[in-house]
Design a protein around this ligand. Structure first.
Ligand code: GSH
Length: 216
C-alpha cells in the first residue's frame, strides 16, 4: 500500500490529487511542517524535523512516499513516478511524452514556484502586518513572462498529448500558489480556463474538501 507522508495543507496535495485521479488506495501519514508548530507542539506532533521523520526524509520536508519499500521525495518526481507506474491516460505514452512531462515539471519548479510562493506568502499566508506588498508585486512582474509562455502552450487546452495528464496536475499545483495575483490570470485567458477546468475535476475537489477540514 502506498504511504504518503505529509498533510493536505502541504505539497502532499499534489500526490493526493494524483492518487485520486488514478484511483489508487493510499494511507496519509500526517507529518506537519515544523514551522507551523510551537516548540511544545513539536515535541508531541510528528513533524518535518522529528528524528523519526528525518530517518525517512533527511531533507526534512514533506511530501515523501513509501511505495512498498520504495522511498521517494520531491512532490513532482513522486507524481511522475506514480503516473508511469500505474499507466493510463495520465501517464506518458512514449519517450517523447515522458520528456515533455519531465520538462514541464522542471519548468514549473524553476520558472514559477519561487515567485508564486512569494505571492502566496506576502498576499495570504503571513499575518497582514508581516506582508510586504512590494515583494509580492516584484514577484508578480517576474511571473508575467512564464505565465505568457504557459498561456501560449495551453492554446490547445492541455500541456502534453492533447489530453489531461500528470503534466497538467504538476503545473496546475505550482500555478495555484500564484492565485492571489488575479492580474496574472486576467492577462492569460488560456491559462485561466485551463486552471478552472483542472480545479473542476472530482479528484481535485475531493482533495480540496479534505484540505479545508485541516486547521489552517
Ligand atoms: N521541492 C520539494 C519541497 C518540499 C517542501 O519544501 N515542503 C514544505 C511543505 S509544502 C515543507 O516540508 N516545509 C517544512 C519544513 O521545511 O520544515 C517538493 O516539491 O517536494
Amino acid at each position: 500500500m502506498l504511504t504518503i507522508y505529509g498533510v493536505y495543507r502541504s505539497r502532499a496535495s499534489r500526490n493526493i490529487w494524483l492518487a485520486g485521479e488514478l484511483g489508487i488506495p493510499f494511507r496519509l501519514l500526517p507529518v506537519m511542517q515544523r514551522y507551523r508548530l510551537t516548540p511544545e507542539q513539536a515535541e508531541r506532533v510528528l513533524n518535518t524535523k522529528s528524528p523519526d521523520f528525518l530517518r525517512i526524509n533527511p531533507n526534512g520536508h514533506v511530501p515523501s512516499i513509501d511505495d512498498d519499500g520504495l522511498v521517494l521525495h520531491e512532490s513532482l518526481a513522486i507524481n511522475l513516478y506514480l503516473a508511469r507506474k500505474h499507466g493510463g491516460a495520465l501517464a506518458p505514452a512514449d519517450a517523447a511524452e515522458d520528456a515533455q512531462m519531465t520538462m514541464w515539471a522542471l519548468w514549473a519548479v524553476n520558472e514559477v514556484e519561487p515567485n508564486a510562493l512569494i505571492v502566496l506568502i506576502h498576499r495570504v499566508s503571513r499575518p497582514p502586518a508581516e506582508r510586504d506588498e512590494k515583494l509580492a508585486q516584484a514577484a508578480v512582474e517576474a511571473l508575467r513572462a512564464p505565465f505568457a509562455v504557459l498561456d501560449q502552450a495551453l492554446a490547445s487546452g492541455h500541456l502534453v498529448g492533447g489530453r489531461f495528464t500528470v503534466a497538467d496536475i504538476n503545473v496546475a499545483e505550482v500555478v495555484r500558489y500564484a492565485m492571489p495575483a488575479p492580474e496574472l490570470f486576467a492577462a492569460a485567458p488560456n491559462l485561466q480556463a485551463w486552471l478552472a477546468a483542472c480545479h473542476a475535476r472530482p479528484a481535485f475537489k475531493q482533495m480540496m474538501a479534505e484540505r479545508e477540514k485541516e486547521p489552517a
